[in-house]
Design a protein around this ligand. Structure first.
Ligand code: GLU
Length: 487
């Protein structure tokens, strides 16, 4: 059997939301697992709701998640053809065929009613117009929409439209509940339901996998396939995504867009992992999965039909696991990007700072659940020395603490930057141990009484001096400033 042709069809009305990203992911996985194709179609006929830059953002988000598309804008380096705004002729031709076969009729009703869908089951008055009357009104220049004529019998007979949904099972909807919907508006723009069917036929889509907010559109679409003389594809409607409190996922739950998580420095594979677990679970209820694992194990019949939960706390945890398992060069790259994003490093400085950034990556790896934690964690490296707060000043006012700082000054003189040697030197000279040893040293070097282990911080300070742009004072400079302040 040949692979599934599936599609992801976002409207460029904002940034890629996590719910839509999960739809894209499941489609991509089905295409890869079956050796089929993942088609990307931008549904940009609703010009009023369109947002500048949204298409670019969606393409960038999909690429970042690793969900490359085989056909669509920019696929394979081309500036692909799948934007609905570039396919208007196809919708017009299909509407012409439906008018001709009387599966559709012209509707001359003015205003809202002529533009939008009629209430469920409403049979539009214009469906009764004779062909001659309709033609003469059109010839007289009266504007009209093209409206679907819901047939008296459903495909296969009877008064009920049926289709099998891969997730919801058999769905049956009486014809009486399906409206004579507008297919092409008076301004010639196609409606969503019409364009989507014409395109899914043209693109030979055999499985439509989308959010279950479209489940209610599907009976009408099934009728449109029949009216066009086409077999409908298979359908699968994915349950919606809720926040941990069971409410529809919204801003209240924190970041709900792919780009917001990227900007926070969560790795793409961690977000993919978290999205995959919304309504689906790998064998043995594992929590950490790669995109490859999902491709190998995904099974549409195991997608839950009840709503799935997105939990940001769980994403942070998943993200930490991915970061801990990452090769160091990749962590170093992400650390560098986070420092650039925060304004701590200029992009041009990344080259000279490379050795330092690599050490930061190694030191911080166990502490990270996303990369935007990095700037705060390396802040002590950029401390000027001295500039003590009241608490720090009080601690160093104690004579033994002060002795430690003086011994430290001696140990780092002559540019000694080897932390084990410094530590041993100060300990040997003062006999101080534990907190009595480390707290004064920490204050003298970072200006703060608390922070991450000195075993990591001191080498980062020593290595940063001279390799980082801006003032990263040397160890002797810091200690000297501290001593000057507590004279
Ligand atoms: N443009 C529609 C949306 O973003 C696509 C629906 C579909 O996949 O049919 O909701």
């Amino acid at each position: 059997m040949s692979g599934s042709r599936v599609r992801f069809a976002p409207s460029p009305t904002g940034s890629l939301h996590l719910g839509n990203a999960r739809t894209a992911l499941f489609n991509w996985v089905v295409a890869r697992a079956s050796g089929g194709a993942f088609v990307l179609r931008i549904e940009d006929t609703d010009t009023e709701r369109e947002q500048e830059g949204s298409e670019e953002g969606i393409l960038r988000d999909l690429s970042w998640l690793g969900l490359a598309w085989d056909e669509g804008p920019g696929a394979g380096g081309s500036d692909g053809p799948y934007r609905q705004s570039e396919r208007l002729d196809g919708y017009a031709a299909a509407a012409g065929r439906l008018l001709e076969s009387k599966a559709a009729f012209r509707c001359f009703c003015a205003g809202e009613a002529g533009e939008s869908g009629r209430a469920a089951g409403h049979r539009d008055p214009c469906r009764a117009l004779t062909e001659a009357e309709s033609a003469s009104r059109a010839a007289a220049g009266q504007p009209s929409a093209v409206r679907f004529r819901v047939p008296a019998r459903a495909p296969g007979g009877g008064a009920v439209v049926r289709f099998a949904d891969r997730i919801h099972g058999e769905v049956a909807v009486p014809l009486a509940q399906i409206p004579d919907a507008v297919l092409v508006r008076r301004d010639l723009r196609p409606t969503y339901n019409f364009a989507v069917v014409v395109d899914d036929v043209a693109m030979r889509i055999d499985l439509v996998l989308r959010g279950d907010d479209h489940l209610s559109n599907t009976p009408l679409q099934v009728l449109l396939y029949a009216a066009l003389g086409e077999r409908p594809p298979e359908f699968g409607h994915l349950p919606m995504v809720l926040g941990p409190d069971g409410e529809r996922l919204s801003k209240r739950h924190g970041a709900t867009s792919v780009s917001a998580w990227r900007e926070r420095g969560v790795p793409g594979e961690a977000l993919v992992n978290a999205l995959a677990l919304i309504g689906w679970a790998p064998a043995h209820d594992r929590t950490i999965v790669s995109l490859d694992d999902v491709v190998h194990e995904f099974d549409l019949s195991r997608v839950s039909r009840s709503a799935g939960i997105f939990d940001p706390v769980k994403l942070e945890w998943i993200s930490a696991q991915h970061i801990h398992a990452m090769p160091l060069p990749r962590i170093a790259r992400e650390v560098g990007e986070a420092l650039v994003r925060s304004g701590r490093l200029e992009p041009a400085a990344l080259g000279t700072a490379a050795a330092w950034v690599a050490s930061v990556a190694e030191f911080l790896r166990p502490a990270l659940s996303h990369f935007d934690q990095v700037p705060a964690l390396v802040e002590p490296v950029f401390h000027p020395g001295g500039a003590l707060g009241d608490d720090e000043r009080k601690i160093l006012a104690d004579p033994p603490a002060r002795t430690v700082v003086e011994a430290l000054a001696a140990a780092v003189a002559n540019g000694v930057a080897d932390w084990p040697a410094i530590k041993a030197g100060v300990q040997g000279a003062t006999g101080a141990k534990g907190k009595a040893l480390f707290q004064p040293i920490r204050i003298a070097i970072t200006g703060r009484a608390h922070g991450r282990e000195l075993d990591g911080i001191v080498p980062l300070v020593a290595l940063g001096h001279g390799r980082l742009p801006g003032a990263v004072p040397s160890l002797p400079e810091r200690v000297a400033r501290t001593l000057a302040e507590i004279e």
